[in-house]
Design a protein around this ligand. Structure first.
Ligand code: SF4
Length: 92
């Protein structure tokens, strides 16, 4: 069994992880799936492993632009965890 077997997105429409950036909520649906995922760290490490996956789509709650702007995986995951916490605080 690999980390992929435990991925929260395994049963999710993959299209939401490659959002149309011309549309309003863009990556929100994918990031909310990632917020529940127990394998964010290996997913993010995997995203950094290739130029294509580093650049495209939502992985571990991060966008390609975010991954390109930093090489610090721990910092990106911390920022995403803070984003998840803020969403929980402001949810009804
Ligand atoms: S962190 Fe997100 S993209 Fe990565 S395996 Fe989990 S749900 Fe899928």
């Amino acid at each position: 069994m690999t980390w992929r077997n435990r991925a929260a997105c395994a049963e999710t429409d993959p299209e939401i992880f490659y959002p149309d950036y011309r549309v309003g909520d863009r990556n929100l649906k994918a990031r909310l799936v990632c917020a529940t995922c127990p394998v964010r760290k290996p997913c993010l490490e995997d995203a950094y492993a290739s130029a294509h996956s580093r650049t495209w789509g939502v992985r571990a709650g991060t966008t390609g632009a975010q991954r390109c702007s930093t090489t610090n995986i721990v910092r990106l995951l911390s920022e995403f965890d803070r984003w998840v916490s803020r969403r929980r605080l402001h949810s009804p």
